[in-house]
Design a protein around this ligand. Structure first.
Ligand SMILES: Nc1ncnc2c1ncn2[C@@H]1O[C@H](COP(=O)(O)OP(=O)(O)OP(=O)(O)O)[C@@H](O)[C@H]1O
Ligand SMILES: [Mg+2]
Length: 263
């Protein structure tokens, strides 16, 4: 007798999600299933709901309608499985805490509250700092770093958490080539470990290179699929309303059939 083949595990399942801050919904009727182990770039213009989408997965904003499941559980139940690096400028790091302490913060969720962080936790935090090449700054106050360096430390904290899902809100915004490289290393290592990454990204020129799937948002979900399919001129012109320079580059690419894109 053959047993039925198990369906592919989804890291995140979103059904009919609508989120509003005021009269106009920031996200409208979004349904999407994100397979475990995928490296997803979230694209869309300013104000299109990308950060809100990430916050919905974290359970930071309450949906008007719809639900989010993380490995089949509610956001509340799955808290420890999701690590988050917020959009730059949204956190004020003006209090005295060192780089190493920030990386160590990633370990608190992983350790029962009655246990102190041990040598192993310190090792994990230090390895994460090494991965983003910030170990030499371990004893520096976080407020005394440049924006790009702070970004790397937050990546380290998220890595140290060991969560199955990483949500990064524009990690590449305003960083130099070295930080970009360090962040790409983190993405590659995380994917290699079989974890799921959702990364808000603005640069359409690098989107196909960095991610294996793209999710195109503007209040609604316009497309979710392989980059070549999502970066389709017709879709992009609908969402970006005349970003012509990018289109000129895209025209020369090969596109896969439209039916590969779920919309
Ligand atoms: N806390 C809030 N209160 C009221 N409106 C909000 C709030 N946060 C976001 N919005 C609105 O919701 C919409 C989506 O915002 P969101 O921050 O999700 O967009 P985004 O795609 O991340 O934009 P950006 O590319 O500029 O970061 C925008 O119209 C924004 O003004
Ligand atoms: Mg945003």
């Amino acid at each position: 007798m053959t047993s039925p083949t198990p369906s592919p595990p989804f890291a995140i399942e979103i059904a009919n999600l609508t989120v509003s801050y005021g009269p106009v919904p920031a996200l409208l009727d979004i349904s999407v299933k994100i397979p475990a182990g995928s490296l997803v770039g979230i694209i869309g213009p300013n104000g299109s709901g990308k950060s809100t989408f990430i916050k919905s997965i974290l359970g930071f904003v309450r949906p008007d309608v719809g639900e989010v499941k993380i490995f089949g559980e509610s956001a509340e139940q799955a808290k420890g499985q999701v690590a988050y690096v917020p959009q730059r400028g949204s956190v004020d790091w003006d209090f005295p805490i060192t780089v190493r302490e920030v990386a160590m913060m990633g370990r608190y969720g992983a350790v029962p509250w009655w246990k102190d962080l041990g040598r192993r936790d310190r090792q994990i935090a230090d390895q994460a700092l090494e991965m983003v090449r910030m170990q030499e700054f371990a004893h520096r106050q976080i407020g005394q770093l440049s924006g790009g360096q702070q970004q790397r430390v937050f990546m380290a904290r998220a890595m140290a958490q060991g969560a199955e899902i990483l949500l990064l809100d524009e990690p590449f915004a305003g960083v130099d080539a070295a930080t970009e490289r360090a962040i790409l290393d983190v993405l590659a290592q995380t994917k290699k470990a079989g974890r799921t990454l959702l990364v808000v990204h603005h640069d359409l020129a690098t989107a196909a290179e960095y991610f294996d799937r793209l999710l195109l948002l503007k209040q609604r979900l316009f497309a979710f699929g392989p980059p070549q399919a999502v970066l389709h001129p017709r879709l992009l012109s609908e969402v970006y309303e005349g970003n012509l320079r990018v289109f000129a580059d895209m025209q020369s690419r090969e596109f896969v059939a439209d039916d590969e894109v779920s919309r």
